[in-house]
Design a binder for this molecule. Structure first.
Ligand SMILES: *[C@@H]1O[C@H](CO)[C@@H](O)[C@H](O)[C@H]1NC(C)=O
Ligand SMILES: [Zn+2]
Length: 428
């Protein structure tokens, strides 16, 4: 306390400061009339704004009246405030457009089948196919999507809190398994995903055919080692990480530097070679003659210009097929937009192609052989549930179920990144 006090006293008696004060005093008289004027102007502005608000209110009430019910006076008022009438109708159409963009649309069964048939034919003709995936392909694994009616982002926008059962219990969906199969039979060359849930990797898709642009929740890396060293784990490594804070608390066994997660949050730029694999994604897009987007709003992906070949004339770009229930910003560039759930569309597609739909088998999940076990001291370095190995599945499934439902997911890549997006949105 004492040093602070002394400091204060020095300032009070400082001659320079007294000087400033006296010159301000001299200005006070001439300044006061200017201030009064400013105050007057501000007051006038407030009154003007209030008047405008009243007008808008009145006009919008009049517009809600049926035309037949409007009085002579009402009509005169509307005539007098044409500008307001137009502004209100612009606002109305903006609102309904926004609403329409958020609605989920479903193609009817017949239409869906016809569209999938067209997609199947195009896939068979294509030489280089790239698939872009978003949260919509994982909803069937009970990972909530972002922008759907019950999505994380949508819920946060409405001011609701988000909780979900532990994400490490999710398994590759029918769509993940179909994509794995399409790659295996060489009908798909590369997969670019925004999802951090690691499910493409766990479906068996080889690393070289995969770009996880926003990271993988099961991977931590040492970027002090050169080349960077990667450690795949059986649990979500992100429980203590956040935007601009990526340290996981565990250490690199080779150089003792702190390991970091691989997640790319909103506003961050991902530079890790793996698992992001930007090189693979950009090369694939360059060579692609068909791009299939599955379950992504494309609101983030559209910003990655190298994925879309927009520098080429329209007829030299890859054909674009989009499977999504909601509007996307690429809809008007798409050869075909399919409004259906990913699993439904992929099921039909495999049927059209005469391919079997593989079933996820935990015994063949590559994560168990890829994962590096923790050292004895590190066993307690995390509290997240581990993916149960195939042998343990039967006997533990019951208690892990109960435990998982009790814990809401808050930390790590899930939740925090979105919270930021919401704040950003609000200040716009
Ligand atoms: C899963 O894979 C294992 C190992 O390859 C195999 O023994 C088992 O039969 C498979 N299970 C199913 C349901 O296909
Ligand atoms: Zn290291």
């Amino acid at each position: 306390m004492a040093p602070l006090l002394i400091c204060f006293m020095q300032i009070s008696f400082c001659p320079a400061r007294s000087l400033v004060r006296s010159s301000m005093d001299a200005n006070t008289n001439s300044g006061s009339s200017a201030r009064a004027e400013r105050k007057q102007q501000e007051k006038a502005k407030i009154i003007q704004r209030e008047k405008q608000r009243q007008t808008v209110k009145t006009i919008s009430r009049l517009l809600q009246k049926a035309e037949g019910e409007r009085t002579q006076e009402d009509r005169a008022l509307l005539q007098e405030h044409q500008d307001t009438v137009q502004e209100l109708s612009r606002r109305q159409s903006r609102r309904s457009l926004l609403k329409r963009k958020q609605e989920e649309v479903f193609d009817d069964a017949e239409n869906l089948k016809a569209k999938v048939k067209q997609l199947a034919e195009e896939l068979q003709q294509a030489k280089h196919v790239v698939i872009y995936t978003g949260a919509g392909i994982s909803t069937a694994a009970s990972i909530p999507d972002y922008r759907g009616p019950n999505g994380v982002w949508t819920q946060l926008q409405k001011g609701r809190s988000v909780s979900a059962s532990d994400l490490s219990r999710a398994e590759p969906t029918l769509t993940h398994m179909c994509i794995w199969m399409l790659h295996k039979v060489k009908m798909v060359q590369h997969v670019v995903s925004q999802n951090c849930d690691g499910l493409h990797l766990r479906s068996g898709l080889p690393r070289h055919a995969l770009s996880e642009l926003h990271g993988n929740m099961f991977i931590e890396v040492c970027d002090s080692c050169s080349p960077a060293r990667e450690f795949i784990r059986l649990f979500d490594v992100t429980e203590r990480t956040a935007l601009h804070r990526h340290g996981t608390g565990r250490l690199c066994p080779h150089c003792r530097a702190e390991l970091r997660d691989t997640i790319v949050h909103f506003g961050e730029r991902g530079t890790l070679e793996q698992p992001l694999n930007w090189k693979g994604a950009a090369e694939a897009a360059q060579r692609a003659d068909l791009i299939l987007c599955l379950g992504s709003s494309l609101k983030v992906l559209k910003k990655y210009s190298c994925l879309w070949c927009m520098n080429r004339p329209a007829n030299k770009r890859p054909k674009l097929y989009i499977v999504n229930l909601q509007w996307t910003p690429k809809d008007n560039l798409a050869t075909l937009k399919i409004h259906g759930k990913c699993d439904a569309v992929m099921g039909l597609l495999m049927e059209e192609l005469g391919l079997e739909i593989p079933v996820y088998n935990r015994s063949q999940d590559p994560i168990f052989s890829l994962a590096k076990p923790l050292s004895a001291q590190e066993q307690k370095s995390h509290t997240r549930e581990e993916i149960a190995p195939p042998s343990a599945l039967e006997d533990t499934s019951q208690d892990t179920q109960a435990q998982g439902e009790a814990t809401a997911v808050q930390g790590g890549w899930f939740g925090r990144g979105y919270a930021k997006a919401r704040r950003k949105k609000k200040t716009v």
